[in-house]
Design a protein around this ligand. Structure first.
Ligand SMILES: CC[C@@H](CC(=O)C(=O)O)C(=O)O
Ligand SMILES: [Zn+2]
Length: 322
């Protein structure tokens, strides 16, 4: 599978994300400098390469799983807890369901065009069956623990099991965690943008349910509303079974499931960033994003009204810092 799927036309420059062996010093250098890399031989989750729909339905257990339903291919994340406080009229772009894996698998196998798309996104927890637990224990933890220790990352906060229908899209967003993203079944195209794209990808305000999500659509660009889109540039990779993509903390990413398989299965490893973040100048781009987020939170706590934020910052900056 090509590094980037050339049949997709991008209006912005795209370079391939390097595909390297996990033993290649260059791969470790990229991870240490918080740059994306695809590790082709980490064998991180080889015991899960057999996690197809039937196997998971048979072994994952009777617990309910979080499944999002969408009237289109897009599954834009929203924070439910931020709706009531500031956005009571927020229109949820997807519906959140809680169904068993078997119910989800049945819906997938009986799906017809025109029906809503589904995306299972469930943190792995102790409710999984013993067979799945045994596969999980067989992950390459020695390599993973050595790697995360070397990088000084914090604790493993969660493993998200992702089962997407072909064509599903997770629009551009960033996360505040380090991420080792393992592709198990099918192929996913991942498009990544560096953290310095904050003023070119226009994240929703921090108080908004779509916090951390881009307001812009990189496949239907509105250059009038978001002129900074003209300056974006990306790195991209198509991940196949066994590939592990390092998505550095605060790096924007757009992820879609390709049509060469009816569904895709992935599992991610989200880690807290390094706690001992020395403040060395010049500040890292991700540090500037973290500072901007803290300032937004402080201002919203103080002003309480989103509509007053614009005027507040104009008064602070116009004619004084501009
Ligand atoms: C959350 C879904 C997304 C993965 C992702 O954004 C992440 O692991 O951070 C995807 O694969 O569609
Ligand atoms: Zn993400």
């Amino acid at each position: 599978m090509a590094d980037i799927d050339y049949e997709t036309k991008y209006f912005f420059p795209v370079k391939p994300i390097p595909r390297l062996s996990c033993r290649d010093p260059e791969a470790l250098r990229l991870i240490s400098s918080e740059k994306p890399v695809v590790l082709t031989d980490a064998k991180l989750c080889d015991s899960a390469l057999k996690w197809n729909l039937d196997y998971l339905a048979q072994h994952i257990g009777p617990a309910k799983h979080v499944v999002f339903a969408s009237q289109c291919d897009e599954f834009k994340y929203y924070d439910e807890t931020k709706i009531s406080q500031y956005c009571p009229n927020f229109k949820r772009p997807t519906q959140r369901l809680e169904i068993t894996f078997q119910e989800f698998a049945n819906k997938l196998t009986q799906w017809n065009p025109g029906q809503e798309k589904l995306y299972l996104q469930q943190g792995l927890n102790s409710s999984v069956g013993t067979v799945i637990a045994a596969d999980f224990v067989s992950f390459n933890w020695p390599w993973l623990n050595a790697q995360t220790k070397t990088q000084g990352w914090g604790t493993l906060t969660s493993n998200l099991l992702l089962v997407a229908m072909a064509g599903n899209v997770t629009p551009v967003h960033y996360d505040e965690q380090q991420n080792l993203f393992c592709q198990l079944v099918g192929h996913k195209r991942c498009i990544l943008f560096s953290p310095d794209h904050h003023d070119r990808l226009y994240p929703h305000p921090v108080y908004h349910p779509h916090d951390r999500q881009s307001q812009a659509d990189i496949f239907k660009p509105d250059f009038d509303k978001f002129p900074g889109l003209r300056q974006i540039s990306a790195q991209s990779a198509v991940l196949g079974p066994g590939d592990v993509l390092y998505i550095p903390i605060y790096w924007w990413h757009h992820i879609s499931s390709l049509h060469n398989h009816p569904y895709t299965v992935s599992i991610n490893f989200w880690y807290k960033g390094a706690s001992t973040d020395m403040v060395i100048y010049p500040l890292l781009d991700r540090q500037k994003v973290a500072i901007m987020r803290n300032i937004e939170k402080m201002i919203m706590d103080a002003l309480k009204k989103p509509t007053e934020v614009d005027q507040f910052f104009q008064s602070l900056i116009l004619g004084r810092y501009t």
